[in-house]
Design a protein around this ligand. Structure first.
Ligand code: ADP
Ligand code: MG
Length: 1078
């Protein structure tokens, strides 16, 4: 084999010794010390040969991980540090590969970790055995049977919160490949007394609490249960809740597990109905009632609970009620009914509850077996796992402890048998002489208990069957007689006087010296418990139930199968089942796990020496080591032995070519090991004393150190050498790389210099050429320019005469045209509005257009005036003509004129025709009236003013009295020669008359009017149109008027403002009339 294999061994890195067989010296103290040392280092497993001692760590250690499973898989038992997986692996492999049925026997006291150990074994086997859908389902079912059985069979005790209250043996069946096929579970001795009564601080079976906490309201209602624990007499109150245990969650787990295992829904339902019925039975209470015949009779206190139970189970209420009150005894075809007193009724009730529950449990096991049994008929290999209570030594030990301890005696018995047998077989197999081994054989104790004639169980049965009064005391008496001389039996009353004065032994007790210690049994209750009596009336009542599960649980209730023979007693049943178990175990290869409890507190890290010492004693572990060591303490196959120690001898190191055995022989000779210390077997070397082995180990260690130094030395030398060579090689590589690099550099430098020189020369040459070419090019260009100029001159000289003459004018005209065009186009956009009074006119753009611009403005104004005028009606035209006339006459001549421009000329200010006052006047004037207005006539004599109506018609001027309307004077227009007025701002005017005319008698009129301009204008116009003469209008601040004969001068002077704005007129003398104008 080329591969270098690193063999490890149990002997490597050992804390204390991993195998007690190697303990030196071997005694109780060193044994405990070793365990303690290992326990303190979290090494909870220790071997005695192939037996595993397991100390409960009471905390989860990281040693059960999938990685650990892999580590232990397919490794030899002694290769790694002790572990339960190593034992499981060994068992599984020898089952699979060597076709040997296996059993794993787990013992220890309550709380020592048996159940956990059995689960670890199962989970390891499940992890390493075959895989696949079908196989996985089988595995799952096998594993899930645990939670179901634990719910119904486990309870919290003072020692263990999850104590199994039944013994369990499970056969796991495999096919030839090692794949699991199924399993069979056997149960032993459920502690059914727990159903009706629990010791202080303990609980009833988990399932009761799980249902009440975890079931839905609906489900509880169906089961006629209430959630409150305290409602039920059968549930001890003091520890209804357990720390760290979630009953409700566990209930779900259990239901789920039941489903996986294969329970149908109706089965689950029936199971819980039975559980509910048991719980409710505890609530039935009885009261005494005297009867006529003087006998006491019991009556049910409150029938409600009974009614509900009957509804749940389908039992006729009267039948059950009767069964609680009467007992029928049948003897020799005679039936005798006797009434039950209150105590008997309670006894009957509790017996029924216990029987119902324990039968339900057995039924569950059968039902699970049905589910998990192997489906094929092929030959199976079997691995049995036994998890049964260990030895029990309490203060009060009763029938149960007696039975349990009996079972443990039997297990010890086969342990001794099988260990010795195996040992012997190995010696024979290996051809080594068998030497007798001294050990304590407990067969004598087994005989004390199970002997068919004189055994304690046989005598108990005899007592129970004996007619006449039978009590526990009569039983004890009998024991005292029969067993008095037995070495292991002790009693105060026995004929043997050894214990007469032993006060530690009460009268009502007997003591047995078990192999594991002395146990004192209280005899009280032995007979009853052995009888395990359930009145026939009750079993018949149960059989009559319509609930199919309950009916099936009580087959003996069937009257057709009535059997007068008593059912077998509990003791004999147990004895029989133990016998079967032993027979079963004997056919198998045993593997032992011995569980030890380190303390009573369920606490981690505490190692109570006294407690452990006690367990070591009763488990007989020292015996175990001694048996194991009786011949040879240590044995090992030749190959691993040679492999481990070959370095101790020159011939075998480093390679031994011959057979391993010869190698070992040479090795042992060389080491001068005394020949009595070892023997050569066929395949193994046997070493008598651990001392020799340790000597070998020490030598090996020493040698390994030397070898290590040697290896280190060689390795260092090799390392230095190779390093040097490597460095040398590297140096060459580096040097060559460097040289290459340097040469490269040099070459590159030369190359670049060459290129520079070259480029300079080339540059110089090129520049020279460029200069020449440039010169040439300039010469050519100069020639061309000169030629061009010369040609230009020639041509211009020739053509000058063709353009010069007209060009200026043309350009001027064109420019002018363009300017004009631009001017007009701009004007078009800038035209002012059409209103004649709008003074706006765009600014002149060019000076030379000044006159045009002004002319244009004028034309435009005229045009828009014409436009404006064209809109006029004839009426308006007339008015404007009048106004124009007025303007021609007075503009810039009379100061009153500008005020008149805005006033419209209305003419008829007095409405003569409409006013009735002037009717006479109207009638007198039949011509069209041009002016009708009130004027002031200035008195010629004094200058005073009087109001007169002034009328102008086509032909005449009329003056009338303003009040009467009488015409005062009438002047034809032809007689009016002149009108005079001042240049000032006053309304005075004089109407000059023709001398000699009719109207001129009194002289000229001097009048004053607000509408002087209008009157004068109209007068002028009318006169012109009538007489074709232009009326003379004189405007002067001094004029003459003719008053009768006198010529009077009217003079206008600047007057004071005394009279406001009204001018005043005054006659100064007969030659002068003064008008003061303000
Ligand atoms: N290997 C272990 N690792 C951790 N805790 C353990 C181990 N074995 C037992 N225990 C603890 O001890 C308790 C009692 O173990 P259990 O197997 O039920 O005892 P037994 O069956 O012997 O009465 C368990 O509930 C668990 O808490
Ligand atoms: Mg257990």
């Amino acid at each position: 084999m080329a591969k270098m294999e690193v063999k490890t061994s149990l002997l490597d890195d050992m804390i204390g010794v991993g195998d007690m067989v190697l303990l030196e010296p071997l005694n109780e103290d060193s044994f405990i010390d070793n365990l303690k040392k290992r326990f303190d280092h979290d090494e909870v497993y220790t071997y005695i040969g192939s037996v595993v001692i397991s100390i409960n760590p009471y905390r989860s250690l990281p040693i059960y991980t999938p990685e650990k499973v892999e580590e232990y898989r397919n490794r030899n038992f002694y290769e790694l540090s002790p572990h339960i997986f190593a034992l499981s692996d060994e068992a599984y492999r020898s089952l699979r590969d060597q076709d040997k049925d296996q059993c794993i026997l787990i013992t220890g006291e309550s709380g020592a970790g048996k159940t956990e150990a059995s689960k670890l074994v199962m989970s390891y086997v499940a992890a390493v055995c075959g895989k696949g859908a079908e196989v996985n389902q089988v595995k799952e079912q096998l594993l899930q049977s645990n939670p179901v059985l634990e719910a119904f069979g486990n309870a919290k005790t003072v020692r263990n919160d999850n104590s199994s209250r039944f013994g369990k043996y499970m056969d796991i069946e495999f096919d030839f490949k090692g794949d699991p096929l199924g399993g069979v579970i056997s149960n032993y001795l459920l502690e059914k007394s727990r159903v009706v009564k629990q010791p202080r601080g303990e609980r009833n079976f988990h399932i009761f609490y799980q249902i009440l906490s975890g079931a839905s309201e609906d489900f509880l209602c169906k089961l006629k249960l209430e959630r409150d624990f305290s409602r039920y007499n059968y549930l001890g109150l003091d520890s209804a809740k357990v720390n760290g245990v979630d009953d409700a969650a566990n209930f779900r787990t259990v239901r789920n597990a039941m489903q996986i295992v294969g329970f149908m829904d109706h089965e689950t339902q029936s199971i819980f109905e039975v559980v509910a019925a048991v719980l409710k039975l505890g609530n039935i209470e009885f009261k005494p009632e005297s009867r006529v015949n003087g006998l006491d009779e019991s009556k049910i206190k409150d029938k409600n609970e009974l009614k509900e139970i009957c509804e749940l189970t389908g039992i006729d209420q009267s039948v059950l009620e009767r069964a609680f009150s009467f007992r029928t005894v049948e003897a020799k075809q005679e039936k005798v009914s006797t009434t039950l007193n209150v105590a008997q009724a309670y006894y009957a009730r509790d017996a029924l509850a216990k029987n119902l529950y324990s039968r339900l449990f057995s039924w569950l096991v059968t039902r699970i077996n049905e589910s998990i049994k192997a489906q094929t008929k092929v030959r199976k290999k079997v691995m049995g796992v036994l998890d049964i209570y260990g030895f029990e030594i309490f203060e009060d030990n009763s029938f149960e402890q007696f039975i349990i301890n009996y079972c443990n005696e039997k297990l010890q018995q086969i342990f001794i048998e099988l260990t010795l047998k195996e040992e012997q077989e190995e010696y024979i197999r290996e051809g080594i002489e068998w030497t007798h081994i001294e050990y304590f054989n407990n067969a004598i104790i087994c005989d004390l208990i199970e002997n068919n004639q004189t055994g304690i169980l046989a005598m108990l049965d005899e007592e129970c069957l004996r007619p006449g009064t039978v009590t526990d005391d009569t039983f004890l008496e009998k024991l005292n007689q029969v067993c008095a001389t037995h070495q292991h039996f002790e009693s105060r009353m026995s004929k043997c006087s050894r214990f007469l004065n032993d006060t530690s032994l009460p009268h009502s007790c007997f003591r047995i010296q078990h192999y594991a210690g002395k146990v004192m049994y209280q005899v009280e209750g032995f007979v009853d418990k052995n009888n395990d009596l359930l009145y026939r009336d009750l079993s018949q009542a149960m059989w009559k139930a319509s609930h199919s599960l309950i009916k099936a649980l009580f087959p003996e209730g069937n009257p057709a199968k009535i059997n007068l023979k008593r059912p077998p007693t509990a003791g004999s049943q147990f004895k029989a089942s133990v016998a079967t178990l032993m027979k079963n175990l004997q056919t198998k290869n045993p593997n032992y796990i011995r569980c030890i409890k380190p303390n009573d507190k369920k606490a981690a890290h505490i190692f109570n020496d006294a407690l452990v010492c006690h367990q070591i004693r009763y488990l007989g572990l020292l015996e175990n080591v001694r048996v194991r060591r009786a011949g040879y303490a240590f044995r090992q196959a030749y190959e691993p032995c040679l492999e481990r120690y070959k370095m101790l001898c020159k011939q075998t190191w480093p390679h031994w070519r011959g057979p391993a055995r010869a190698g070992v022989e040479v090795l042992f000779n060389e080491l001068e090991i005394p020949p009595e210390e070892f023997s050569f077997g066929r395949s193994k070397i046997f070493i008598r004393n651990p001392r020799t082995l340790f000597k070998l180990e020490d030598l090996r260690k020493q040698r390994l150190e030397d070898l290590a130094t040697l290896i280190e030395k060689i390795y260092r030398g090799w390392k230095c050498r190779t390093r040097f060579l490597l460095m040398k090689k590297s140096q060459i590589v580096i040097a060559s790389w460097y040289r290459r690099y340097a040469q490269q550099k040099k070459y590159q430098k030369i190359k670049s210099s060459t290129i520079i020189v070259q480029s300079y020369i080339r540059g110089w040459k090129a520049r020279k050429l460029l200069r020449e070419l440039k010169h040439q090019k300039r010469c050519n260009e100069a020639a061309t320019i000169i030629a061009a100029y010369w040609h230009g001159t020639q041509v211009r000289r020739e053509y000058r005469k063709f353009f010069r003459a007209n060009a200026g004018r043309k350009i001027y005209e064109f420019t002018l045209q363009r300017l004009m065009q631009k001017y007009f186009l701009e004007m078009k956009n800038k035209m002012p509005s059409l209103s004649p009074i709008d003074k706006n006119w765009p600014a002149r753009p060019y000076l030379f257009l000044d006159s045009t611009h002004k002319e244009l403005k004028r034309i435009f104004h005229l045009w828009r005036c014409k436009k404006y005028r064209d809109q006029f009606t004839d009426q308006q035209k007339l008015i404007y003509e009048e106004k124009l006339e007025a303007s021609e006459l007075f503009k810039d001549k009379k100061a009153l004129y500008p005020a008149s421009v805005g006033q419209p000329f209305q003419g008829a200010y007095l409405e003569i025709s409409k006013n009735p006052k002037y009717k006479k006047l109207k009638d007198a004037v039949d011509e069209k009236i041009i002016i009708a207005e009130v004027v002031n006539k200035i008195n010629r004599a004094n200058g005073k003013a009087t109001s007169r109506i002034f009328l102008l018609t086509k032909n005449n001027v009329l003056l009338a009295d303003q009040k009467s309307g009488n015409i005062k004077s009438e002047v034809p227009l032809g007689d009016v020669t002149k009108v005079s007025m001042s240049s000032q701002n006053d309304g005075f005017f004089a109407v000059h008359l023709k001398e000699g005319s009719g109207a001129a008698g009194k002289g000229d009129f001097l009048l004053s009017s607000d509408h002087l301009i209008e009157m004068a204008t109209k007068l002028y116009r009318t006169t012109l149109s009538q007489t074709k003469h232009k009326l003379n209008i004189e405007i002067s601040d001094e004029f003459l008027v003719q008053f009768r004969q006198d010529k009077v001068c009217v003079k206008f002077i600047q007057g004071s403002q005394k009279n406001g704005n009204i001018p005043t007129c005054k006659r100064k003398n007969n030659r002068l009339l003064e008008v003061a104008v303000p």
